[in-house]
Design a binder for this molecule. Sequence first.
Ligand SMILES: Nc1nc2c(ncn2[C@@H]2O[C@H](COP(=O)(O)OP(=O)(O)O)[C@@H](O)[C@H]2O)c(=O)[nH]1
Ligand SMILES: [Mg+2]
Length: 295
Amino acid sequence: MGPADEIRGEAAVALAADDAAQVRTPERQLTLVPGELETAPSRLPADLRVSVVIPTLNEARNLPHVFARLPEGLHEVIVVDGRSTDDTIAVAQRLHPEVRILRQERKGKGAALALGFSACTGDVVVMIDADQSTDPAEIPQFVAAVADGADFAKGSRFLPGGGSADITPLRRLGNRCLNLVVNVLYGTKYTDLCYGFNAFHRSVLDSLVVDCPGFEVETLMNIRVAKLGLRVAEVPSFEASRLHGESNLRPVRDGLRVLRVVVRERFRSERGPLPAAVAPLAAAEAAAATAVEVS
Ligand SMILES: Nc1nc2c(ncn2[C@@H]2O[C@H](COP(=O)(O)OP(=O)(O)O)[C@@H](O)[C@H]2O)c(=O)[nH]1
Ligand SMILES: [Mg+2]
């Protein structure tokens, strides 16, 4: 039993946004009571098709651990590979013969996720990392939050029941400061800004444009769903240490990219047509998704 199993019984789904933030007040809150593990969903609901998107960059050694903890009954697993030089793709295909593999044309985690999202066919989309830091066994809790009425369920390492063995002091500080700035600028009540475990109804992609290349992607999504007035729930999550290899994130460079997004989005309209520069990009990503699929 890992740390995530231990905290699962204490988990609570906290709704993270309110009217003041141009965000509708959620009507319901799902609370999982300590000791009542049977109320913490460990299985997926039968009536929702769940797509899991996993960006990979040289994660061959980690994938066995990730795939082993995927819940049963997933609609599809989509691996978006960023030109790994190890045998990530072969390992994924061996572990999960039905896996859909997309080869990424552009660099970066954000571009990989955008590509994966555009290829999803399920009702609910879940994004997780491939380095074993996000625990796929928590997926049912995220899906339950969506089934319970959230449009967007964002993971939080800083809610009671969550935690991290992976985050460094510098990243913790940066995340906390940026999170505070977002809450002030956008009126949100987020407790975690830059975390890679999230789930949302696929229909959210009708209005949510994901058009950034790199590690600023979670911040961009968190800000845009708030600006769109979507119902956002935070789900406590435990982030384990990366098992093999090293993080691709560079805290200062990527922290500044996140800050730029935080400021830029404050002045960008979320409604109305997509900016001309973005619309063709979204279409190109969708086209690329079919063009590069590995069978
Ligand atoms: N496809 C793709 N995946 C990436 C890229 N950069 C990082 N990833 C994946 O994104 C996830 C998070 O990356 P990681 O390096 O662990 O960053 P950290 O968790 O923020 O320290 C992992 O699954 C990586 O393999 C990229 O350029 N392309
Ligand atoms: Mg990681």
